[in-house]
Design a protein around this ligand. Structure first.
Ligand code: AMP
Length: 458
């Protein structure tokens, strides 16, 4: 097995990776780091969860000139959520270097605030193409000193229609640079983009798909009118910690969400009509175990960096086999078997066949189970999310929230789950049984000397 020590990293970086618990490079890191560190262009096929962020992050940080002026690296990501995650991972990787500034610039946040934060020079900017271009056009982001450009999840950026923005941004970046392009899939559009912006890149492919057997694929025949009942039966028969149900349209997504909740299944809908605050709340609730089932469209789910699901249910079969691969790739990670269930209506046999060709296996379509007399799928999720109307801006820390909750015979520490601090709001997950007590305490206890509004979600 390759080791980080054999990759010519600085001693400080090696020590930091050890502290982060990164014992050995992942396959994509082992394969791409030599080229990345040598300053070469790279076109790498790798998906979320492969360690790709650290693959370019380690390279960026090792090549950073901390005394240099201006932005030295630009990372473009398809969504705000991904940009935030990438920036967090870059900060982890950069921890050993004092004063490395990583700025995030994305839509959904007032542009003036980002302009203000850019007045303190950042070494690395992570952003979504639309906002980066806007800042460039306003003259508040200068990329003349960029030495490395990273296109992260290039396929998703193209799917989301960012090609023109990417082209325009590339024109603001010096020609003499290193360009790294990471993409889960390599359709024609990504190859064309790579041909246009990369110079004689090294091609790297690892772990294109899951090893066979890690995901079980079930294709279940059901009439359109039986799909709701079939979904409830699947949820009842397979007690799932977490699942995403995919629909092809927003309207279908809303209808399935309403039907599930009417049947007592706590679920949340995730589609393009949600505003940024609602999207954030859905993601937080799903990640902190106060919602087990998400009903999502493909476009909305692109922004979700959720992996390791127990199951993906294709309420609607996707039109493209590649979409199927994207959807089910969210399940079955880290040694656990994931389940993909797809409801197939009469006349969709050709679509199943096209998917199976991509999967490289034969699958039979069997009738969907429609018996919901079994155990109830209505189990409430273990946690409930409370929101507090102050976040990083109000200087609230996770410790403040935990302290307020657990002080003087309050809630037991083990009943408090994940605490997520956003700019203007903080979310805390608490065990369902402790939720009312936690709500009372937070409403009556000042934090940082202030009373905040507190709401319960679910
Ligand atoms: P990514 O594919 O970049 O989204 O990374 C997936 C997760 O793997 C992140 O939570 C990283 O912190 C983690 N990770 C990255 N590299 C390593 C490594 N070499 N060993 C263990 N974990 C890692």
């Amino acid at each position: 097995m390759p080791s980080f020590a054999s990759l010519n990293l600085s001693p400080a970086m090696l020590a930091n990776l050890g502290e982060l618990g990164y014992a050995a490079p992942t396959a994509i890191q082992a394969a791409s780091l030599p080229a990345v560190l040598a300053g070469r262009d790279v076109l790498a096929q790798a998906k979320t969860g492969s360690g790709k962020t650290a693959a370019f992050g380690i390279g960026l940080m090792e090549r950073l000139d901390r005394d240099g002026q201006g932005v030295q690296a630009l990372v473009l990501c398809p969504t705000r959520e991904l940009a935030v995650q990438v920036a967090d991972e870059l900060r982890r990787v950069a921890r050993f270097q004092p004063n490395v500034k990583v700025a995030t610039v994305t839509g959904g946040v007032p542009i003036r605030r980002q302009e203000q934060s850019l007045t303190h020079p950042a070494h690395v900017v992570v952003g979504t193409p639309g906002r980066v271009l806007q800042l460039l056009q306003r003259g508040s982001l200068i990329l003349d000193g960029v030495r490395t450009l990273v296109l992260d999840e290039a396929d998703r950026m193209l799917d989301m229609g960012f090609i023109d923005q990417i082209d325009a941004i590339v024109r603001h970046v010096p020609r003499e640079r290193q360009t790294l392009c990471f993409s889960a899939t390599l359709p024609e559009g990504v190859r064309a983009l790579a041909a246009a912006v990369l110079a004689t890149p090294e091609h790297i492919t690892v772990d294109r798909q899951h090893a066979p057997g890690v995901i079980s694929h079930a294709f279940l025949g059901a009439a359109e009118s039986d799909k709701g009942r079939a979904t409830l039966t699947l949820l009842a028969q397979h007690p799932l910690e977490s699942a995403i149900i995919f629909c092809n349209t927003k309207a279908q997504c809303r209808a399935v969400y309403a039907a599930l909740n009417a049947a007592g299944v706590h679920s949340l809908a995730f589609h393009g009509d949600l505003d940024q605050a609602d999207r954030t709340l859905v993601m937080v609730r799903f990640a902190n175990q106060s919602c087990r089932v998400l009903v999502a469209t493909d476009v909305a789910a692109r922004g979700l960096d959720i992996q390791g699901l127990d199951a993906v249910i294709n309420y609607d079969l996707p039109f493209e086999p590649q979409t199927y691969v994207h959807r089910v790739g969210r399940t079955g990670r880290a040694g656990a078997t994931g389940h993909a269930f797809s409801l197939v209506t009469p006349g969709q046999g050709a679509r199943v066949q096209a998917i199976c060709e991509v999967l490289g296996a034969d699958h039979q379509t069997t009738p969907a189970p429609l018996d919901i007399d079994g155990p109830s799928p209505a189990l409430a999720p273990p946690m409930v999310t409370l929101s507090i109307s102050g976040g990083r801006k109000a200087k609230i820390s996770a410790g403040d929230v935990l302290g307020a909750l657990t002080a003087k015979g309050g809630v037991a520490g083990q009943d408090v789950g994940q605490i997520d601090r956003m700019e203007q709001v903080t979310f805390v997950a608490v065990k369902r049984a402790a939720a009312e007590a936690a709500l009372r305490i937070l409403r009556s206890t000042p934090i940082k000397g202030r009373r905040f509004r507190v709401a319960r979600h679910g």
